[in-house]
Design a protein around this ligand. Structure first.
Ligand SMILES: [Zn+2]
Length: 448
């Protein structure tokens, strides 16, 4: 295997891929599971500087402000299609929480410079070509192609990454196209609401029986990797009884609450198990390793409203990671009222004194929170149809999957979600193995 070189500049994807394949082709076969795709949001296309300069600025920010041991991504793809190497492919990138994998099996992540939210930059030309070609390389090695927004449980920030202007099917059609050429590229269609704003649907802070999708797929892969068996259904993206019993087994083994709900405590135990499995094959650069250790051990200061700086930023980052929202000011390193209200909420949820002072106990919980049991106001309720009503297997108003006749009901209600201009109840059938969507309009249905 070759040696990863940081800040190596390639003029285009062909040059990069041939270097990557020569040096890391076999490593990728064995140790890379997915290709994660992000946009930088800032810098965007109007930022000054070469791709290399912008990439170096990002590294400075990730290391000095975020306190990470290196830039988050494996490569950066510039507006000009130029590719610059970042963090070595041999260790995990910093991606969506709980999707970083292990040293032994982890994603390869790239950041495309630009803000591809609708109405801003456009992913096009040489940049699009490089992105598609890199993803194509991973796709042809049977790796998953994952948009950051697909990894977000609870719609944690940034929800739309890699941008609301990039529709996944549009992107994948090009990745799969054997004759892909940059000259005959169509416009990206609208990104569907439900592909971005999913927090309404998945209001629980954990995965549970009945859930399906990419988070479940990832959990199943991790369970199997850690030695928990899913003999009958394997990695099928459906959290059924088999997955639940594997989760319970894992919880039992780790002496935590055995409830079959996969929340943050389960997540951290499973991660511990996985990282113990991995031999320390790869050596990180020595100085960065000691740096991250120092950050873990360094005593964290007491924070209160009015404080500013990197520790506030760290606390805000952890709040957001734990599902708390800072919609207005974000992670700005400034402990103001917005942060205060979320800190108090977090403290209350964790059974701490809700005083907004971040001391030893709050830091400890921020780093390793107790799983939040979300109270579902719909617990024990069922949805009854007043007239014959269509129901759907995804939040949409066309292409229904069945009819709930007048007087009939769905016995389990998970919540309510916004669909277009209206609302759906998210419901389950009586055997709790499938999720459906049915109108929440009181003319047609009611709760009992
Ligand atoms: Zn992202």
């Amino acid at each position: 295997m070759g040696k990863w070189i940081k800040d190596k500049v390639f003029n285009n994807a062909d040059e990069f891929i041939s270097w990557l394949d020569d040096n890391f082709g076999e490593f990728i076969d064995e140790h890379i599971n997915d290709n994660h795709i992000h946009h930088t949001w800032a810098p965007n296309h109007s930022s000054n500087g070469s791709t290399l300069q912008l990439h170096r600025n990002m590294r400075n920010y990730h290391v000095n402000t975020n306190g990470w041991n290196d830039i988050a991504q494996n490569i950066t793809i510039g507006k000009d299609g130029v590719i610059v190497t970042g963090r070595t492919i041999e260790v995990m990138p910093v991606s969506a929480l709980s999707y970083n994998g292990t040293r032994d099996l982890h994603p390869f992540a790239y950041e495309m410079i630009g803000n591809f939210d609708k109405g801003n930059d456009k992913l096009e030309g040489y940049q699009l070509e490089s992105a598609i070609k890199v993803s194509k390389y991973f796709y042809e090695k049977s790796k998953g192609i994952v948009f950051h927004r697909e990894c977000l449980i609870n719609g944690k920030q940034p929800k739309s990454c890699p941008g609301t202007g990039i529709e996944k099917d549009w992107f994948m059609d090009m990745v799969k196209d054997k004759n892909f050429g940059i000259d005959n590229v169509s416009e990206s269609p609208e990104v569907k609401e439900e592909d971005i704003h999913r927090e309404d649907i998945q209001s629980a802070n954990y995965l549970q029986n009945g859930d399906k999708g990419i988070e479940v797929k990832n959990l199943q892969k991790r369970l199997i990797k850690a030695g928990y068996e899913l003999p009958k259904f394997g990695v099928d993206e459906h959290f059924g009884d088999e997955t639940e019993s594997a989760v319970r087994e894992m919880q039992k083994k780790n002496k935590i609450t055995v409830d079959g709900l996969y929340g943050s405590e389960s997540e951290s135990k499973l991660s511990d198990e996985l990282s113990k499995l991995v031999e320390e094959k790869v050596e990180e650069p020595k100085n960065s390793k000691t740096k991250s250790e120092t950050i873990e051990k360094e005593s964290r200061p007491l924070l209160e409203k009015g404080d500013k700086g990197k520790w506030v930023k760290e606390a805000q980052t952890l709040l957001v990671k734990n599902g708390y929202k800072l919609p207005k000011y974000g992670i700005d390193g400034d402990y103001g009222n917005e942060t205060l209200s979320q800190v108090k909420k977090f403290q209350k949820d964790q059974g701490l004194k809700s005083d907004g002072l971040i001391g030893k106990n709050s830091w400890a919980k921020l780093l390793k929170p107790n799983p939040r049991k979300s109270k579902n106001p719909y617990d024990g309720k069922s949805v009854v149809a007043k007239v014959d009503v269509k129901f759907y297997d995804s939040p949409r108003w066309d292409n229904h999957s069945g009819i709930c006749e007048a007087g009939q009901s769905f016995p389990h209600v998970l919540g309510k979600c916004k669909t277009g201009n209206g609302y759906h109840y998210v419901v389950m059938n009586s055997s709790k193995n499938k999720r459906y969507y049915i109108t929440a309009n009181s003319r047609y249905t009611y709760l009992k």
